[in-house]
Design a protein around this ligand. Sequence first.
Ligand SMILES: NC(=O)c1ccc[n+]([C@@H]2O[C@H](COP(=O)([O-])OP(=O)(O)OC[C@H]3O[C@@H](n4cnc5c(N)ncnc54)[C@H](O)[C@@H]3O)[C@@H](O)[C@H]2O)c1
Length: 354
Amino acid sequence: MRSFVYQGLPSRVVFGAGALAQLPQAIEAMGARRALVLCTPEQRASAERVAQLLGDRAAGIFDRAVMHVPIETAREAREVAQRLGADCAVAIGGGSTTGLGKAIALDSGLPILAIPTTYAGSEMTPIYGITEAGLKKTGKDLKVLPRSVIYDPELTLTLPVGLSVTSGLNAIAHAAEGLYSAEGNPVIDLMAEEGIAAIGRALPRIRASAGDVEARGDALYGAWLCGIVLGSVGMALHHKLCHTLGGSFNLPHAETHTVVLPHALAYNAAAAPQAMRRIARALGRDDGQAARAVFDLAKDNGAPVALRDLGMKAEDLDRAGEIALQNQYPNPRPLEGRAIRALLQAAWEGAPPA
Ligand SMILES: NC(=O)c1ccc[n+]([C@@H]2O[C@H](COP(=O)([O-])OP(=O)(O)OC[C@H]3O[C@@H](n4cnc5c(N)ncnc54)[C@H](O)[C@@H]3O)[C@@H](O)[C@H]2O)c1
């Protein structure tokens, strides 16, 4: 019998095409009166729509969210929230915007309502990241977990197909590592497998037609489940490699996850056969070849498969390998320097996973 600990995360979720219309009720349910709306400069129009829906409960818009939450931006947003007397933050956007909301919440305890428009899944986790002097520090605090989340697939129709595919693979990575996490449990396993399957079904349909709302709904549903997995159980080698490559070599987030995942799964395959069977099965294969299934999903849908195509330099691979071995996350297979270096080489070249 498997023994385990299951820790549920408290959040209220509204899901459905057109669900954004339920924002006033969601804010009411949180007991908030003045919401500061957060977005990136590119998503200003969406933020204005949100502010309009909020009416006199909108305190203002802060539209300077950027990737990796620089501490200066977080401080500025906190000051704006305080000056406007905001009692909650509404974050509309991807992981970068949700991340800014979390940075405000960490300091002030301000509750967050998240409206995700990518598949990154940050809205379901108590994990935050803030970048100071070029170093991204991450941590876990329940204070930053959004209290309320509105998933509206219609808001993802504008997500470019390329980013939709890589963002979907970013979500799959959360679930895949959850399936072999040291903190895993049977409830999380169900969500992980279902999440991977939903995204695996959705991506080819989104590629065929970016405006397919049903497919967008499947992808967002999958992203929700995969986000719960990430928020509930620990990460392993794959996330460590991606944090290294993103944090120290400035590689783009979702694309890096897409390239590294097949190789991280191949590295762990022999040490976690049950997880591999579940990942492969979720992607429609009965041969247990999870690494290959993920590689094919990326390649067949036009995603990058080589780190060199993301701007990684060959001469930085040794250093990346060394950084990845520091402060190791628990992993099914022990981290061996030479094997990690070989993994990075294969990912750099875009070779199919060994
Ligand atoms: N803390 C966590 O649990 C967690 C989980 C996943 C990712 N993250 C963090 O999130 C960041 C990456 O997030 P991301 O991959 O969602 O990208 P992102 O939030 O940086 O968005 C990428 C770009 O796409 C635009 N965009 C987003 N949704 C759009 C839409 N529907 N239509 C058109 N444009 C849209 C954004 O405005 C931005 O310009 C990283 O910093 C990563 O570390 C954190």
